[in-house]
Design a protein around this ligand. Structure first.
Ligand code: FAD
Length: 457
């Protein structure tokens, strides 16, 4: 049987772009479908615009710090429209760059919503297209809990397009997205209330990271509400009123409410049933829907042998470099005569909160679950030299989780300035299986904060 394409990719985000270009580089005839701006969540409404907002939010604190070093800076004001418009322009520029890269790679871009008609046939813009192999890389979208008045809330998709800076923003959810936006908006000068149904933010991260960030955020003036759930949102003359249940029952009045309670794989309208593609049987937590993630094996293959899925739609590790890595491993395996798996082990990640955090490898809890008492923890907490002149009480926390028997470093965790930049380098050592002795044998760069990673005793 002949097909229109060797590979048809649905979704031009991190995973789809990487896979389509890699497959085309092996000579495959490839098309990619996208119904929105090319670039996907990361480029259009995720990592990139968020990190630009993070950078923007750091300035007021830096201006204050500068005074400690003798600089006199009067009246600094944020031009919100300039800020939001500049970020939007950069996002659109990057989207164009990705379109050019597809053209250069010889991948055909087809604008529109793609849907399966059968395991080899896609319908897009009333056109039927056949392909030998099909890659589903449709990502995810914000999930909103089912609450009265939830329609008045926004998600991370809309926060990049607010026409005015909120005076008071209420954030429901304490995962990394809610936590990062709480810090961004506080840094920019908004009053922020973050509502968390648990006692600590950032479930799944090392407990010391969770505690250090939560304390840091409170010190920066973020109102952190714990063990509390929002039961309803209503419009009132002053803005939005959030009713609460749990430890804190005093209603909150805010002008914007951001919901960041999880993301759903983007499978609606994809016609998975027409292709007989299985989804993951799993639990449905409030806000999270793991039952609709696409079920794949370690080669990202679905139950249909010619259909594959990568990235957030498989709900494995929802990060851009992971989607890219899975996409490339798929293309190498299926078109490059190099069958290989993408390793989900020891993937470093960061939380761009303030204070920032980054982590690689096992948390202390994971290590103790697996190794019992044979775990040694090295931890340090100190005031960075930079703040000796600013008068601020900011701190850095670093932690190594070590297997006592082998001396191998199983996890490295950090909270504080430049954590992501520092942990990226440490991650190489952890991935390579470095021991604590290897860390000790490495000479520090002085004076730096990072040198503490090789001087902890
Ligand atoms: P996506 O990038 O979401 O791409 C999927 C694409 O498919 C989209 O463009 C969509 O429009 C398109 N599509 C969907 N259905 C169809 C269809 N039927 N037909 C045609 N096109 C379709 N990760 C990090 O590593 N670091 C970060 O700092 C970070 N920050 C984030 C911040 C936020 C606010 C969010 C929401 C996410 C963040 N992420 C971050 C996660 C990261 O963005 C995702 O893990 C990554 O984009 C997933 O890539 P993907 O290819 O699976 O899907």
């Amino acid at each position: 049987m002949t097909f229109d394409y060797d590979l048809f990719v649905i979704g031009a985000g991190s995973g789809g772009l990487a896979a389509s270009k890699r497959a085309a580089s092996y000579g495959a005839k490839v098309a990619i479908a996208e119904y929105d701006l090319v670039g996907g969540t990361c480029v259009i409404r995720g990592c990139i615009p968020k990190k630009l907002m993070v950078y923007g939010s750091h300035f007021p604190a830096l201006f204050q710090d500068a005074a400690g070093y003798g600089w006199q800076l009067d009246n600094f004001l944020l031009d919100w429209e300039h800020f939001i418009t500049s970020i939007d322009q950069e996002v659109r520029r990057l989207s164009q760059v990705h379109i050019s890269l597809l053209e250069k790679a010889g991948v055909e871009l087809i604008a529109g919503h793609a849907k399966f008609l059968d395991p080899h046939t896609i319908e897009i813009n009333d056109r039927k297209i056949t392909a030998d192999k099909i890659l589903i890389a449709v990502g995810g979208r914000p999930a909103k809990p089912d609450l009265p008045g939830i329609e008045y809330s926004i998600t991370s998709n809309e926060i990049f397009h607010l026409t005015a800076q909120p005076k008071h923003i209420a954030i429901i959810g304490a995962g990394y997205i809610g936590t990062e936006f709480a810090c961004i908006m506080r840094g920019l000068g908004s009053e922020v209330t973050q509502i968390n149904r648990n006692h600590l933010i950032l479930k799944g991260f090392d407990e010391d990271i969770r505690t250090a960030i939560q304390e840091g955020m409170s010190n920066h003036g973020i109102n952190m509400i714990q063990n509390t759930e929002v039961t309803a949102i209503a419009q009132v003359p002053e803005g939005l009123k959030l009713n609460l249940s749990g430890d804190d029952q005093e209603p909150i009045i805010a002008d914007v409410c951001l919901v960041a309670t999880g993301r759903d794989p983007n499978v609606e309208g994809l016609g998975l049933q027409n292709a007989g593609v299985d989804v993951v049987p799993g639990s449905v937590e409030a806000g999270y829907c793991t039952t609709c993630a696409i079920a794949v094996d370690e080669y990202s293959q679905t139950n249909q042998p010619n259909i594959f899925a990568v990235g957030d739609v498989t709900d494995r590790l929802n990060l851009t470099p992971v989607a890219i890595g899975e996409g490339r491993a798929f293309a190498d395996s299926e078109f490059g005569n190099n069958r290989r798996k993408f390793s989900h082990e020891t993937v470093p990640t960061a939380v761009f909160s303030n204070p920032e955090a980054a982590t690689v490898g096992w948390t202390e809890t994971q290590a103790r679950e697996k190794l019992g008492d044979a775990v040694t923890i090295y931890r340090t907490s100190f005031r960075p030299m930079y703040h000796s002149l600013t008068g601020k009480q900011e701190r850095i926390m670093m932690k190594l989780v070590v297997d006592t028997n082998t001396n191998r470093v199983l996890g490295a965790h950090m909270v504080g300035e430049n954590a992501a930049e520092i942990i990226q380098g440490v991650a190489i050592a952890v991935k390579m299986g470095a021991t604590k002795q290897d860390f000790d044998d490495t000479v520090g760069i002085h004076p730096s904060a990072a040198e503490e990673f090789v001087t902890m005793r």
